[in-house]
Design a protein around this ligand. Structure first.
Ligand SMILES: O=C(O)[C@H](O)[C@@H](O)[C@H](O)[C@H](O)COP(=O)(O)O
Length: 262
């Protein structure tokens, strides 16, 4: 039995962001010293904005964000053009990429190939090929290992585009999966599979606001919550998972949270 996930709680985003920064920088520095790059998967939702707040501030003497060593992938993406309002890439670009000061360098970003917007399976296969080309050949690596995954948690307990009760949660082989009937619009998406998510070196969730408290109770305090996508990530990746939440999101949660800065 490993250790349980880490639950870090803060008064609000302004307190959460500096600790998220510290955490991301530790993951970055470890990855760069291990293999010279920092491979990150990011989700949409409110996460890109929080990330922007965490990473774009001036560094005063502490470790630097070395964006030129970052490779950014999408934990999930909607089958829409890259400038569409539903595009996670558009969101990450607007909240983070377009705002990176030149002296921090530019990350290498891997958006979906919009040539395949009409064919979700083909798009999923193509994105998997992109991962294969970066993470080494499919037959030599069973699963790609991200240095860090930065994820959100939906009010139903979904993460990436892995929704509660979905048969996709049983996938053991594919790295990237298609969804054509997502319960949350837009219906067509691609997503990392659960084994890829839980294979990550570090996995962080950011969940804020009182709208998350019921699902947080399910995930952390109830047996049934272990079957929810976020609960499965907790159960399978254990202490490699860290949650960054605000107090309203964990109101009434019994699972012990560490309050204040990291
Ligand atoms: O594609 C989606 O359905 C959303 O991007 C989703 O996965 C999001 O990450 C969560 O619903 C958390 O959303 P918030 O971070 O906005 O709470």
């Amino acid at each position: 039995m490993g250790k349980p996930p880490n639950l870090y709680a803060f008064q609000g985003i302004d307190d959460l962001a500096p600790s998220l920064r510290t955490y991301v920088l530790e993951a970055q520095n470890a990855a760069i010293s291990r293999h010279g790059v920092f491979r990150v998967a990011v989700s949409g939702g409110s996460l890109p904005k929080v990330l922007g707040q965490a990473l774009l501030k001036e560094s005063n003497g502490e470790a630097k964000v070395q964006f030129d060593k970052w490779e950014i992938f999408y934990a999930d993406e909607r089958l829409v053009p890259l400038d569409h309002e539903d595009s996670n890439h558009r969101l990450v670009k607007a909240e983070l990429l377009d705002k990176i000061p030149a002296e921090l360098g530019q990350p290498k970003v891997f958006p979906i190939d919009v040539k395949y917007l009409d064919d979700a399976q083909e798009l999923a296969d193509q994105y998997e090929q992109t991962l294969v080309s970066v993470f080494a050949a499919r037959d030599s690596v069973r699963l790609p290992m991200f240095d860090l995954l930065l994820l959100g948690c939906g009010p139903d307990g979904h993460t990436c585009s892995l929704f509660p009760g979905s048969p996709l949660l049983r996938e053991t082989d594919a790295w990237i999966l298609k969804i054509e009937d997502s319960p949350k619009p837009p219906p067509k998406r691609i997503t990392l599979s659960l084994p890829v998510v839980t294979h990550g070196i570090k996995i962080a969730f950011v969940a804020t606001g009182g709208g998350k408290k019921d699902i947080m109770k399910e995930i952390f305090d109830k047996d049934d919550g272990r079957e929810l996508p976020c609960g499965l990530v907790n159960a399978q990746a254990q202490e490699r998972v860290s949650w960054f939440v605000d107090y309203p999101a964990i109101e009434g949660v019994s699972f012990p949270a560490r309050r204040g800065s990291l």
